[in-house]
Design a protein around this ligand. Structure first.
Ligand code: ADP
Ligand code: MG
Length: 255
């Protein structure tokens, strides 16, 4: 392959998301206290931090489930905090997977994956179905497309939720503790899907306590505490040579 056709490594190039001095308060409670971060196309950023440090709030601001109190989020060149921003359009381009999978219990897997495609993207039924089956295959559930949520394990349900998000063809995927509600033996299947997605070049922001995933898959690891970024660096640096005592203590507790 000639040099000119080699894709730029994720550490180079324009950021796909630029977060500038982001603040979020709920009443008197200051949850985010000035977060500034650039996330580049194709980059996998793992966010670590103790409970209550603001990780979920950060992700929720990114896809506008929360309105930031101040600061800016530029996503694909657009200020998504601006009043005129179409929130649904932002969410189409930024998929999110939660700890709770929230599948519709009365719909089988393929119809769970078809629903938002039809309602939000207005895709014709046959096309939505074709894409749903393709995404279910990608998460290893081709054989389970007609199973209902209560006939699937937690890990399989979470993979349906990932397929549902992917079917919207997002440019960025956010994962908020996607494996935290799963029995330990089901975690691996979900992490394998996330790992493949990362290797396929998806831009991902992943809140997780799975340190092996952070070490192996992340391009960058961020440690948050008290609504600020305490440390931001390559996984080797963060795990082997943390700059701050707080990061060191946290990593010591969870590994
Ligand atoms: P993390 O995901 O790191 O555990 P969160 O972002 O969920 O942290 O929460 C950070 C802090 O913000 C917590 O103290 C939490 O109680 C508070 N918080 C989060 N959401 C709300 C809300 N909707 N109203 C009031 N407080 C909230
Ligand atoms: Mg959280």
């Amino acid at each position: 392959m000639s040099k000119t056709t080699t894709p730029a490594p994720p550490s180079e190039g324009e950021p796909i998301i630029k977060i500038c001095d982001l603040h979020k308060s709920f009443g008197e409670t200051k949850v985010l206290n000035g977060i500034s971060l650039d996330i580049r196309k194709g980059e996998v950023v793992v966010v670590l931090g103790p409970s209550g440090s603001g990780k979920s709030t950060l992700l929720r601001c990114l896809n506008r489930l929360e309105q930031p109190t101040s600061g800016k989020i530029i996503f694909e060149g657009q200020d998504i905090c601006a009043a005129k921003t179409d929130v649904n359009d932002v969410r189409k381009r930024m998929g999110m997977v939660f700890q709770q999978f929230n599948l519709f219990p009365h719909l089988d897997a393929v119809h769970n994956v078809m629903l938002a495609q039809e309602k939000v993207l207005k895709r014709p039924r046959a096309e939505a179905r074709r894409i749903a089956l393709k995404e279910l295959e990608r998460v290893g559930l081709a054989e389970r497309s007609d199973y209902y949520p209560d006939e699937l394990s937690g890990g399989q349900q979470q993979r349906v939720a990932i397929a549902r998000a992917l079917s919207m063809e997002p440019h960025v995927m956010l994962f908020d503790e996607a494996t935290s509600a799963l029995d330990p033996e089901l975690v691996r299947g979900v992490l394998d899907v996330m790992r493949e997605l990362a290797q396929g070049g998806m831009t991902m922001v992943v809140v997780t306590h799975e340190m092996s995933f952070a070490r192996d898959v992340a391009d960058r690891v961020i440690f948050m505490e008290g609504g600020v970024v305490v440390e931001d660096g390559a996984p080797e640096q963060l795990f082997e040579h943390p700059k701050s005592e707080r990061t060191r203590a946290f990593i010591g507790q969870v590994t």
